[in-house]
Design a protein around this ligand. Structure first.
Ligand code: ADQ
Length: 460
């Protein structure tokens, strides 16, 4: 029997998952059924890092974490991870910082965390590393003579070659990725982008689900992440969700609600979304007083300047829109920076006629899936989804939009507000089977199976 060892930057509980985002939500859900060891950053910083591990038992999961030094936090977490890789992989070269010190600290932190894990490892472990904070983690484990199967899953998009090669030492990062046995991407598109880089930039080979370069052949596959669909469907019927739903409906007084739920991040397309709502009110006066838009966006990465800028921008835009259109008994836009429990969120989704999910770029986007799962099948709402979210390759019965096209998004909202019950039901019924079949447990099991097949092949 193998033990699962999950490595991710954030290790945590469902409670703080909203701040940490979709990765933490998904991993809490994936690990709570399988158990195992979850290893990563404690979320704390200290002046000097003495390498002390914090170990906590949480049911079947052992949480093992290390602190970061203040300098590592600045250069690795805020620096290379969130000022370099995050914007670049989301196609924002304009926001990408190319600072050599960031890269060096990133390598050091990856090495240091790998050293911290080795004493905790057992021979039959399967090691599953997550996301852009730890691209070089597997290579560091191999340096330390670790022979267990190691897989890596990228939660964010893999950019096109032309964008990726703007990063100095891009080849070093990809060489590090070749230390893994299995590389997982959210969509076929991301996987193809990676394979294209391997062929055209490295002169490597790719075939089926394989890639070969740096003298190694690795498995390269698509594993679209899911949500815990059944539990989320049940959440929407929980007393807490029903309370939230009821008070929301009372407040709406028969108006339709559009909902957006996102970490406050420039990749989520929030200024464009606000503009689309403004455009809806400009172009379609028939919806005045009949619709309101609630955008929930808990703040994240507050030390990174671009996140402060976007917060100011949105505060300005929401003030402007309400100033232009509000009446004494109608507030068109409500913009909230707070978090909600999973049950409350389910109630809010269900109370909303439209789920507006319009990121400019997104690895998958779990909110889109949660919105659909929370709907009443007899009277479901409509999902409007950006074509640039990974989820668009699965949720094809959503209204798919280009988030940069403000007018088209406004028109899609108008179309959704006027959609017949039959069409809403048909669209919902087409999406639910896929959400149930490809849930977070299947995602986890498929990835683990991928790692086990490597183990079996190497033993043979
Ligand atoms: P994120 O960019 O964080 O995740 P997303 O997939 O939408 O984006 O997940 C956000 C999660 O946080 C959802 O589960 C949502 O319910 C929760 N959340 C957001 N706001 C909340 C609030 N106010 N209160 C409570 N919960 C809230 C990254 C990638 C995505 C990818 C995921 C998982 O950027 O593309 O889908 O990882 O792989």
């Amino acid at each position: 029997m193998n033990r699962l060892v999950v490595v991710s930057n954030r290790v945590g509980t469902v409670k703080d998952a909203a701040r940490a985002g979709g990765l933490a939500v998904a991993l809490v859900e994936a690990l709570s059924a399988a158990g195992g060891l979850w290893y990563g950053w404690s979320g704390e910083t200290s002046e000097a890092n003495d390498g002390r591990l914090r170990m906590v038992q949480d049911g079947d999961i052992t949480l093992a974490t290390l602190d970061l030094t203040d300098q590592d936090y600045e250069q690795y977490y805020n620096g290379f991870a969130n000022r370099t890789l995050w914007p670049l992989f989301h196609y924002r070269i304009d926001l990408t910082s190319f600072d050599r010190r960031y890269y060096e600290t990133y390598q050091q932190v990856n090495a240091q965390f790998a050293e911290g894990l080795v004493p905790l490892l057992q021979p039959n472990d399967l090691i599953w590393v997550h996301d852009y904070h730890f691209l070089a983690f597997g290579q560091e484990l191999r340096r330390l003579k670790c022979t267990q199967p190691i897989g890596f899953f990228l939660h964010i998009p893999f950019p096109s070659r032309e964008v990726f090669i703007t990063l100095p030492r891009h080849d070093k990062l990809v060489e590090a990725l070749f230390a893994y046995d299995v590389l997982g991407f959210q969509t076929d598109r991301d996987r193809r982008m990676f394979q294209d880089y391997v062929v055209r930039e490295l002169g490597g080979e790719v075939w089926e689900n394989k890639a070969r370069a740096f003298g190694r052949t690795i498995e390269v596959r698509t594993f679209p992440i899911g949500i815990d669909t059944e539990t989320f469907v049940q959440s929407a019927d929980s007393p807490e969700a029903i309370n939230q739903y009821t008070s929301m409906r009372e407040m709406l007084k028969g108006r339709h609600q559009i909902i957006g739920v996102d970490r406050l991040d420039y990749t989520k397309g929030l200024p464009e979304r606000f503009e689309s709502f403004e455009r809806l009110l400009e172009d379609h006066s028939d919806v005045h007083r009949k619709v309101s838009f609630m955008q929930i966006a808990p703040v994240s990465r507050t030390e990174v300047e671009e996140y402060v800028d976007i917060r100011h921008e949105l505060e300005g835009a929401s003030g402007r829109i309400n100033g232009r259109f509000a009446e004494f008994d109608w507030t068109p836009l409500r913009y909230l920076n707070r978090s909600f429990s999973r049950h409350q969120l389910a109630g809010l989704y269900r109370a909303s006629r439209i789920g507006l999910v319009t990121p400019l770029r997104d690895g998958m986007n779990l909110v889109a899936k949660e919105y659909v799962a929370a709907q009443d099948p007899e009277d479901p709402g409509v999902l409007i989804l950006s074509r640039f979210a990974g989820a668009a390759s699965q949720l094809r019965s959503a209204l798919i939009v280009n988030p940069y096209d403000v007018k088209a998004v406004a028109d899609a909202v108008h179309e959704a507000l006027n959609m017949t019950l039959q069409e809403r039901r048909d669209r919902h019924q087409t999406m639910m089977p896929d959400l149930l079949a490809n849930n977070v447990n299947i995602w986890r099991d498929n990835f683990i199976e991928g790692m086990k097949s490597v183990e079996r092949r190497e033993a043979a």
